[in-house]
Design a protein around this ligand. Structure first.
Ligand code: SF4
Length: 314
């Protein structure tokens, strides 16, 4: 086992690419420095902001909620923090993760808002997937889930007066999305892969990704060290069907062979698009539901129409 590069104690974290080894104390300091740098550099939050944290109940989002609540106290930021959980309605999975969010919110003393697909769209994700299959639609469960979840996160964050919506996307997530978009030649989405995202549309809640520069293994270790890692791992039953699942496996395999590959792919993203923070200047309003959209009819309304849950009038 390696020793900490700073104090010589036993290391619990080793970064193969940079030759860095850290003990628990120095790993937590390194983690904190990295996140605060991302927040500062990208001006993610202001003092006294009402931050809505999207919390699914997985290790990353629980870590983000835990980190931001503690940072707000420590740095006297005066943030009001609300946890927002979307219950998509996946039987045998969501109930379990929602329970974890309830427990952590109560321990940290933060407000929790739960919004469900059933309440807002009239159907659970399981029901939507079934209808999609019956109608012969080509979409995977994660497609419906991603579109409807993003839609609800923005809508509900706005309804509860959130000023910024923080998500737990880490470097692995961003790099996976980058590659998935390259494979489908989707450059308009690549331009949104920034630490912060704003829009001229007044109904769009500003986005922030404080874990943008952290590797997944770093957020996982933070979760373990803070008792946030679930004792029983429950995976969404739809996850193995997704394209992301495959890209994630390949990337992890390549990173093992060539340590540092995730960082270099991230640098490629920055160079390819000269990304800093993106402001969506071309945002339109969906003519059906009135929510922000990049087209005349938003993706959520388009999917609902294809599922037969909404009738589009000319
Ligand atoms: Fe939704 Fe797919 Fe994630 Fe399951 S794995 S919660 S279906 S995005």
């Amino acid at each position: 086992m390696a020793n900490c590069s700073i104090c010589g104690r036993q290391a619990i974290y080793v970064a193969k690419s940079g030759g860095l080894a850290l003990c628990k104390k120095h790993f937590l300091e390194y983690f904190d420095r990295k996140v605060r740098k991302t927040i500062r550099k990208n001006k993610l939050f202001n003092k006294n902001d009402h931050i809505v944290v999207a919390v699914s109940g997985g290790k990353d989002s629980l870590s983000l909620l835990h980190y931001l609540v503690n940072l707000s106290k420590r740095a006297r930021m005066g943030w009001r923090i609300t946890a927002l959980t979307i219950d998509e309605g996946v039987s045998g999975y969501r109930n379990y993760t929602v329970k974890r969010v309830k427990e952590l919110s109560s321990t940290l003393g933060v407000e929790l808002k739960i919004a469900s697909f059933k309440d807002y769209f009239g159907y659970t994700l399981d029901e939507v997937v079934k209808i999609g299959k019956e109608r012969g639609l080509p979409y995977l469960p994660c497609t419906y889930c991603g579109v409807f979840r993003r839609y609800l996160l923005n809508k509900v964050a706005r309804e509860i007066d959130g000023m910024v919506l923080a998500t737990a996307h880490h470097l692995d997530d961003v790099v996976q999305t980058y590659l998935m978009n390259i494979f489908s030649n989707n450059w308009s989405s690549i331009h949104k892969l920034t630490p912060s995202l704003t829009s001229v549309h007044k109904l769009f809640v500003r986005r922030a990704k404080p874990f943008y520069e952290l590797l997944e293994k770093e957020t996982t270790l933070y979760a373990i060290l803070n008792g946030l890692y679930p004792s029983e791992r429950v995976e969404c039953p739809y996850a193995p069907l997704s394209f992301r699942w495959q890209v994630r496996k390949v990337l992890n395999y390549l990173e093992e062979l060539r340590p540092g590959l995730k960082y270099s792919t991230m640098r490629s993203l920055m160079e390819a698009t000269s990304l800093k923070n993106t402001a969506l200047g071309e945002a339109m309003t969906c003519r059906v539901c009135g929510e922000p959209s990049s087209r005349e009819i938003c993706k959520a309304c388009q999917l609902k129409a294809e599922l037969g849950l909404l009738e589009l009038r000319r």
